[in-house]
Ligand binder design. Structure first.
Ligand SMILES: Cc1cc2nc3c(=O)[nH]c(=O)nc-3n(C[C@H](O)[C@H](O)[C@H](O)COP(=O)(O)OP(=O)(O)OC[C@H]3O[C@@H](n4cnc5c(N)ncnc54)[C@H](O)[C@@H]3O)c2cc1C
Length: 448
């Protein structure tokens, strides 16, 4: 069976890898000049570091298993902990389930909420459970009703901002926090959240020594990948799928679209009709930028026990997060120290903040450094800085996202030989994306 995979991000490359392992003839077509999509490494002060995704959930095996199969060394973050930058201070991150507080005493001690906000959070345990999530509600609605808006603004927003670059009052509870949605339907959250076991020694996150960007590099090494080969459209002739290229047409038995949803919408119209294309277009995207700095060892004002901080949007800062990569990953610290520097990054941009990427690189670097100066007291100029823009980089899982994905999958299933994979559907995290690739490969093989 011949299969064309469109897009050489981790979704497309993983799907191609699974199909090739099962005897298919696979070609991956990538529009840009490079593979990897949002998994990308770049040199900052001569140290290769991730400038896109830099970690993956460890509790879901899909990512770790694939990396291990490829012989890549799995590592886990250090014990350094993250902070919240609120009211001018870096405060301890209270334990939470995507911002829903699991320990109200720790929340109070962190100083993240005002006394009034704290009183409202404490009242949750005694609130009657009159609402249900039903088909869906936003994460913000759910938390606002139970714990009050300060918990949404100061805890949920920064955490959702980190994963989706999204807004709590727009993101689907069923899609983004299904575990929390299920607890909500059962009654008051405070006792249920407090009862979730904590302090397990099992690491929550994993990475790859040398960077997550090694994953697509290693996947592509065993595959036929053609870069600078954008797919423009699709069609049918004599019961075979046609893939329209800039110069010519590729004929194939199977086709996996592993591009962002808005691109899939354009490509798919020829073989599945305009109404399916419109369903894909419903999925919105947020644009973000990652600004990475290399600072001299002697210029760093903090210790190594803090791995970074998140910034709630109500603090009106330009950056939404900073990761002190040298404190989070031993391999980054060692690689940087060998060159006398420490590597850290900041991220900028949330859903509907279209302005974020309008600034020049010099301006983004200046904004990033201004916030770092105010947050941690870093005043020295970095040795090197790098700006990576991710226009439309993160799909937004809005209300009823899961239903939209069902509609897309039902319609795609009507087109023989077609499957979809990627961050737009069942989760934006790398393990969820890889699971979507395995599913797409299974669907194609089952239908052949
Ligand atoms: C800044 C940032 C940080 C992140 N951090 C993390 C993290 O730490 N952990 C985590 O789990 N997740 C993280 N994510 C999310 C995760 O990286 C992505 O969800 C995932 O990498 C998406 O993979 P994908 O293959 O679906 O899409 P993409 O990586 O977008 O790949 C799609 C590919 O399709 C190509 N393409 C587009 N149009 C065409 C066309 N017409 N023809 C051919 N090819 C085309 C694109 O050029 C691209 O290479 C992060 C995302 C961003 C933006």
């Amino acid at each position: 069976m011949k299969v064309v995979v469109v897009g050489a991000g981790v979704a497309g490359l993983a799907a191609a890898h699974f199909l090739a392992a099962r005897g298919c003839e696979v070609v991956v077509l990538e529009a840009s000049e490079r593979i990897g999509g949002k998994l990308r490494r770049a040199s900052v002060a001569d140290v290769m570091v991730d400038v896109g995704a830099e970690a993956m959930l460890a509790r879901r095996a899909d990512g770790i298993d694939l990396a291990r199969d490829l012989g890549l060394p799995i590592v886990h973050p250090t014990k350094a902990t993250s902070r919240l930058w609120v009211d001018g201070a870096l405060r301890p991150m209270p334990p939470s389930l995507m911002g829903a507080p699991m320990d109200l005493d720790a929340l109070e001690a962190s100083g993240v909420l005002s006394p009034a906000g704290m009183a409202q959070a404490r009242a949750e345990a005694n609130l009657a459970a009159v609402h249900r999530v039903g088909e869906d509600c936003t994460v913000g609605d759910l938390i606002d009703r139970r714990f009050g808006p300060e918990v949404t603004d100061r805890l949920v927003e920064p955490l959702l901002g980190g994963v989706y670059a999204g807004r709590a009052r727009e993101i689907s509870a069923r899609a983004a926090v299904p575990q929390l949605a299920a607890l909500y339907d059962r009654g008051p959250l405070t006792p249920q959240l407090a009862a979730i076991p904590r302090g397990s020694d099992l690491p929550v996150f994993a990475g790859i020594e040398g960077g997550m960007g090694l994953l697509p590099e290693r996947l592509a090494a065993g595959l036929d990948v053609r870069t600078e080969e954008p797919v423009l459209g699709t069609g049918y002739a004599h019961d075979r799928l046609l893939v329209e290229l800039v110069h010519g047409v590729e004929v194939t038995d199977g086709l996996i679209l592993a591009t962002p949803a808005h691109v899939a919408a354009q490509i798919i119209a020829g073989c599945a009709g305009g109404s399916l294309a419109d369903t894909f277009r419903v999925i919105d995207h947020a644009s973000v930028a990652v600004v990475t700095h290399a600072v001299r060892l002697e210029d760093w004002p903090l210790g190594h026990d803090v791995s970074g901080f998140l910034v709630p949007p109500d603090q009106h800062r330009r950056i939404k997060a900073s990761t002190f990569s040298f404190a989070k990953w031993d391999w980054v610290r060692a690689a940087g120290e060998a060159r006398g520097v420490l590597l850290l990054r900041t991220s900028i941009g949330r859903a509907r903040d279209s302005q974020a990427l309008d600034f020049t690189d010099t301006e983004l670097i200046a904004q990033s450094l201004a916030d770092l100066r105010d947050a941690v007291g870093l005043t020295a100029r970095p040795v090197d800085s790098h700006v990576q823009r991710w226009p439309l980089g993160l799909p937004q899982y809005a209300l009823r996202h899961r239903r939209q994905v069902e509609v897309i999958r039902e319609a795609v299933a009507q087109v023989p030989g077609l499957a979809v994979a990627g961050a737009a559907y069942d989760g934006v995290g790398i393990p969820a994306v890889i699971a979507s690739s395995r599913r797409a490969a299974d669907e194609l093989l089952a239908s052949s």
